[in-house]
Design a protein around this ligand. Structure first.
Ligand code: DQA
Length: 159
């Protein structure tokens, strides 16, 4: 099973970006923890970061063809605004688990509106970098494994 983790805008700055809010770990350190957690779960993990909305949409659209069974997505600030990313999530079968480092509801203001989460399978937020680890576990549970599709097809053709 393959899970794609997408970090949205400004998350490349983790470690130096408002560490009192987002923590001191860099994205590289968090990615290493995500990959190690995936290994424990028996899941292959790919991680990537994008500052651009369209790049995130492309990644969601092409995930299935790229062999991805589920996506863990932190859309960053696009979470609060992007109908386009919400539409992309809705347009594909690949389940998307949305994650946030912070509890956006506790932060108030515009951050309490989660546009992209409307179409996510589920949301995990407020656990710091561990939101990603929990998101990975959730993604592994709801993934649509590509392996499962072929035996069903085979058994149908035998009838
Ligand atoms: C965030 C929360 C967003 O409001 C913010 O714009 C981010 C990070 C989080 O992980 O807590 O960039 O998605």
């Amino acid at each position: 099973m393959t899970i794609l983790v997408i970090h949205g805008p400004n998350l490349n700055l983790l470690g130096t970006r408002e560490p009192e809010i987002y923590g001191k770990k860099t994205l590289k350190e968090i990615d290493a923890l995500i990959v190690a957690h995936g290994r424990k779960l028996g899941v292959e993990v790919r991680t990537t970061q994008a500052n651009h909305e369209g790049v995130i949409i492309d990644l969601i659209q092409t995930a299935a063809a790229d062999g991805v069974d589920a996506i863990v997505l932190n859309p960053g600030a696009y979470s609060h605004t992007s109908v386009a990313i919400a539409d992309a999530i809705r347009s594909v079968k690949t389940p998307v688990i949305e994650v946030h480092l912070t509890n956006v509801f506790a932060r108030g203001g515009d951050r309490t509106r989660l546009v992209t989460a409307t179409n996510a399978k589920g949301v995990l937020l407020g656990f710091g970098f561990e939101s990603y680890l929990l998101g990975l576990e959730a993604a592994a549970r709801v993934a649509i494994p590509r392996r499962r599709a072929s035996p069903r097809r085979r058994s149908r053709s035998r009838k």
